[in-house]
Design a protein around this ligand. Structure first.
Ligand code: G1P
Ligand code: ZN
Length: 544
């Protein structure tokens, strides 16, 4: 007879959740009791799971299935009443968020390292989402981290977890393991928000699309929604079979890693619309024929035209963007007379605004866009909202962008990433820049003069919580801006992110290459922060 085992353990250093849960090398997670300690710390940090219903699923990366089995055995041993699991242990992050909300679950465990590569040599991750379906707040992640530091034992069911390859219910001790189809509920939600008939007619009329699932979780969702329900031509979804190492690729939908899609969209016979999503399905990239749309611009266009989709026909209560995201959406919000909130990086900061009904649409420059339909960013949702807008207006992507910039001006935008920088050098760069901030206003760097400079902190207008140290901002007198912060999702060294923005309202200057339009800001921030000298790099590793 199987039973609960209580296994003595010791704290493991470094189990501190970052921007989005705990991410480490897969080999680190696979070495017992790394995963076990962290799962126990989650359960204790949220006050125990006795009698609770939890949603469990992940992006299918290497170790996903074994980790799901451990989580189920530990949930059972900690007294959970029910775990709802995606078939095969699979759930996209937005689908998991939806499931938590739809089923009234107490929370969920999502296994993913998002856009980081997968495989035995690559990355793994785990995060806890609360009953609203959103990532745990700072307060909850702090409590989880505190438990990792004083953990003495973990509880695990001795017997094997049931087969999660088959839809249906099984028992693990007193706990029910309910295996569900991971696609249908999410696809139904999408169908309730968008005008599928209009999109279907548009596709029938010859509009061609290409969706690159990057060998990740959105493949099966996109096959069902885009091809089966909307009638996109078979083959419109490419790289649509999830693989544990994402086909050996880097499942991050940006022009660098989704170069296959970029090549197709800039070819003579390019389809009308291209899109991609990331490892766990919460990010999106939008690209028209010969027209890449920056995520900040995408957020602004969606905020402007969301009312064309039935789910948003009543307009938006407000919008929110992360601080480093461009102010393009602010201009739309101002024109519409709605609130625009500026939050720290990370989707967890949008949760309260969405719950309180103060923001309807949210977005980040890192290819994340979403709305109050779930509490995560949502890749396919953004693709469908774009398709709805394209079908409703009958316009192409580049035409919509030109219209948008002509009306609102263009916030030229780019992010420069310096990856695997020596941690000490990166920390020193930020610390020295912080110390320099009061002396910057009035100083001239090349063509630009600093107007003001500060370090961003955030007071949540809903629960009053305070988040400090959320990125350094340098504003120039011409309206340009540079932001610097260190990534909270990397697993090796430090990643320095430099966010560059310049507003252009001259109608004759709206169609430049962003790197050219931003040249003065790039030069000025390098002079201010000494990026090249301190990182020892001649240029960024990734430009998006
Ligand atoms: C990155 C992005 C951030 C996003 C997060 C999770 O975090 O910059 O916008 O919310 O991934 O997808 P970072 O590595 O910058 O801490
Ligand atoms: Zn992701």
């Amino acid at each position: 007879m199987s039973q609960i085992q209580i296994i003595p353990t010791q704290p493991i250093a470094g189990q501190k959740p970052g921007t989005s849960g705990l991410r480490k090398k897969t080999s680190v997670f696979m070495e017992p009791p790394y995963l076990e300690n962290y799962v126990q710390a989650i359960f204790e940090g949220i006050g125990g799971v006795a009698g609770q219903t939890l949603v469990v699923g992940g992006d299918g990366r290497y170790f996903n299935d074994s980790a799901v089995a451990v989580i189920l055995r530990m949930a059972a041993a900690n007294g959970a009443a029910r775990c709802i699991v995606g078939q095969g242990g699979l759930l996209s992050t937005p689908a998991a968020s939806h499931l938590i909300r739809k089923r009234g679950a107490d929370g969920g465990l999502i296994l993913s390292a998002s856009h980081n590569p997968g495989g035995p040599e690559a990355d793994f991750g785990l995060k806890y989402n609360g009953p609203n379906g959103g990532p745990a707040t700072e307060a909850v992640t702090d409590r989880i981290f505190a438990r990792t530091l004083d953990i003495t034992e973990y509880h695990i069911w001795e017997g094997d977890a049931p087969d999660i390859g088959l839809i249906g219910e099984a028992h693990l001790g007193a706990m029910v393991v309910e295996v569900i189809d991971p696609i249908t509920d999410y696809a139904d939600l999408m169908e309730s928000l968008f005008d599928f008939a209009a999109i279907r007619a548009h596709l029938k009329g010859g509009f061609r699309l290409r969706f690159d699932a990057m060998h990740a979780i959105t493949g099966p969702y996109a096959h069902e929604i885009l091809e089966n329900r909307l009638g996109a031509a078979p083959g419109s979804v490419v790289n649509g079979t999830p693989s544990p190492d994402f086909g050996g690729g880097h499942p991050d939908p940006n022009p660098i890693w989704a170069h296959e899609l970029m090549t197709a969209m800039y070819a003579p016979d390019a389809p009308d619309f291209g899109a991609a999503s990331d490892g766990d399905g919460d990010r999106n990239m939008i690209v028209g024929r010969n027209c890449y749309v920056s995520p900040s611009d995408s957020l602004a266009v969606l905020a402007d035209l969301a009312h064309l989709a039935p789910g948003y026909a009543d307009g938006l209560a407000g919008v929110a963007r992360s601080m480093p995201t461009s102010a393009a959406v602010d201009r739309v919000a101002a024109a519409k007379g709605i609130d625009c909130f500026e939050t720290p990086t990370g989707w967890k900061f949008f949760g309260n605004l969405l719950d309180a009904g103060r923001a309807t649409l949210c977005g980040e420059e890192s290819a994340g866009t979403g709305s109050n339909h779930v509490r995560e960013k949502d890749g396919l949702w953004a693709v469908l909202l774009w398709l709805n807008i394209l079908a409703s207006t009958g316009k192409g992507v580049s035409e919509l962008m030109a219209d948008h910039w002509a009306r609102y001006g263009r916030n030229y935008y780019s992010r420069h990433d310096y990856e695997e920088v020596d941690s000490e050098a990166a920390n020193a760069l930020i610390a020295d820049l912080r110390a320099e901030l009061p002396a910057l206003p009035g100083k001239v760097f090349g063509a630009l003069t600093v107007e003001r400079a500060d370090e961003f902190s955030y007071d949540d207008p809903v629960d009053g919580s305070h988040a400090a140290g959320q990125g350094i901002r340098v504003y120039f007198t011409n309206g340009a801006r540079a932001v610097l912060r260190l990534s909270g999702t990397g697993t090796a060294g430090a990643t320095l992110r430099v966010y560059l923005e310049a507003l252009e309202t001259d109608p004759a200057a709206l169609h430049q290459d962003p790197q050219t339009a931003l040249a003065d800001v790039i030069t000025a921030i390098d002079a201010i922060a000494g990026i090249a000298a301190r990182t020892g790099r001649t240029g960024p590793d990734v430009i998006t």
